[in-house]
Design a protein around this ligand. Structure first.
Ligand SMILES: [Zn+2]
Length: 330
C-alpha cells in the first residue's frame, strides 16, 4: 500500500465508526416525537402501576386495623396470643391465601413502612430504554445508552432516576461506560506524556499479520519518543484489562517498521494503568500514579525502561513482511 492508501484505509475505519453514530442521531431526530410519546406512555404506566400498589397497601393496612381478612372479609381471631388468623384459612382457592397478621403492632407497622418506602420509587427496569427502542423499531440503529443521553438533552430524565435503584447509564452496557472512562484516562495520560516527551503520537493505526494468523488491525494508544528511545504505550483503566499479546504484537510490528527504515533507537513497550492496579507481577505494567509527577525526561525514561518489554519463554509467531502503519512520525 502507498502512504495515501494506508491513510485512506485508517480513515475509512474511523469514518465507519462515526457514520454509525451519525445514523443513530439521525434516527433519533426523525423519530423524536414517537420516542418521546413512548417515553411518556412508559412512565405513565409505571406511575399507574405504582398507584395501584399503593392503594392495595393502604387497603391492607385498613384491613389490619379492623382485623378483617383481605381475601374473604371475615373477622380475624387471635391465635395463641401470637398472631391473627382467618377462620377460613383452610379454604384456599386460586392459590390466594387468607390473611394472617402479626399480633405485634410495631412489627406490622415497620413492615408497612418498609413497603411504603419501597413504593416511593417506581419499578423501572434497566431495559426501559431498549424497550422504547424496540417499540419504535430502532433496534440495531441506536443504542440504549445514546437514547438515554439524547432524551436527557430534550429534558427527559433517565427513567431509572424515578426508581430507588441505580441509574441506567450505570447499568446499561457496562463496556460502553468502561470505554468512555478509558477515553478520558487516555487523554490525561497523553497530556502528561506530551508535557515530558518532545514527540508524542497517539491512536496510531497499525495493520500487521503473523505467519499462520489472520491479519490484525489495531490502534496503538500512544508512542512517545526522543532521539534515543521509543516507548510504545498502551493505556488501561484497570490492570485486569491488560492484553499481553496485543502489546507484544505492537512491539514486534513497530520494531519491524523501524528495522526496515534503519532506525536504531531502543524500543520499549509498557502498559500504563490509570485506575485500579491489581496485584500484578507483570513486568510491563506501571501505575500512572507512580509517574505522573515526574517532570524530568531522563528520570521517567529510567522508570519506563526498567519494566521494559521482556521476551519470556513463549513461542512467538513470526511476523510477516507486511506491516502497514498510519502516516505518523515518531
Ligand atoms: Zn379469610
Amino acid at each position: 500500500m502507498t502512504k495515501s492508501e494506508i491513510a485512506d484505509f485508517f480513515n475509512r475505519i474511523r469514518n465507519l465508526k462515526s457514520s454509525k453514530e451519525l445514523k443513530a442521531h439521525e434516527f433519533f431526530e426523525q423519530n423524536k416525537s414517537k420516542i418521546i410519546d413512548e417515553y411518556k406512555k412508559h412512565l405513565e404506566s409505571k406511575i399507574d402501576e405504582n398507584n395501584i400498589e399503593k392503594e392495595k397497601l393502604e387497603h391492607e393496612k385498613n384491613m389490619f386495623e379492623k382485623k378483617v381478612c383481605v381475601k374473604c372479609g371475615s373477622m380475624m381471631r387471635l391465635i395463641n396470643g401470637s398472631f391473627w388468623g382467618c377462620p377460613n384459612f383452610r379454604d384456599v382457592d386460586n392459590g390466594v391465601k387468607h390473611s394472617t397478621y402479626s399480633a405485634n403492632k410495631d412489627e406490622y407497622y415497620s413492615m408497612y413502612e418498609n413497603k411504603v418506602e419501597y413504593l416511593y420509587g417506581l419499578k423501572i427496569k434497566t431495559t426501559w430504554a431498549s424497550d422504547i427502542i424496540k417499540s419504535v423499531e430502532g433496534k440495531g440503529i441506536i443504542t440504549p445508552l445514546l437514547l438515554v443521553r439524547l432524551l436527557e438533552d430534550e429534558g427527559y430524565r433517565d427513567m431509572r432516576e424515578y426508581s430507588n435503584r441505580s441509574s441506567s447509564k450505570h447499568a446499561l452496557s457496562g463496556w460502553v461506560t468502561a470505554n468512555e472512562n478509558s477515553k478520558i484516562s487516555e487523554k490525561e495520560v497523553l497530556e502528561y506524556f506530551k508535557s515530558v516527551f518532545d514527540t508524542c503520537v497517539y491512536q496510531v493505526g497499525i495493520k500487521y499479520n503473523f505467519a499462520n494468523d489472520r491479519e490484525k488491525i489495531g490502534f496503538i494508544d500512544l508512542i512517545a519518543s526522543d532521539e534515543l528511545d521509543v516507548f510504545i504505550i498502551e493505556v488501561k483503566n484497570n490492570s485486569c484489562d491488560v492484553k499481553e499479546n496485543q502489546l507484544e504484537n505492537y512491539h514486534k510490528a513497530i520494531k519491524h517498521v523501524m528495522n526496515k527504515s534503519k532506525d536504531k533507537r531502543n524500543v520499549y513497550s509498557i502498559h500504563v494503568v490509570y485506575g485500579f492496579m491489581g496485584n500484578d507481577k507483570n513486568d510491563n505494567i506501571i501505575s500512572f500514579d507512580k509517574i505522573n509527577t515526574i517532570k524530568e525526561i531522563n528520570k521517567l525514561k529510567i522508570i519506563l525502561g526498567k519494566p521494559a518489554y521482556k521476551k519470556r519463554n513463549r513461542t512467538f509467531s513470526i511476523l510477516n513482511q507486511s506491516v502497514s502503519i498510519a502516516d505518523f512520525e515518531f
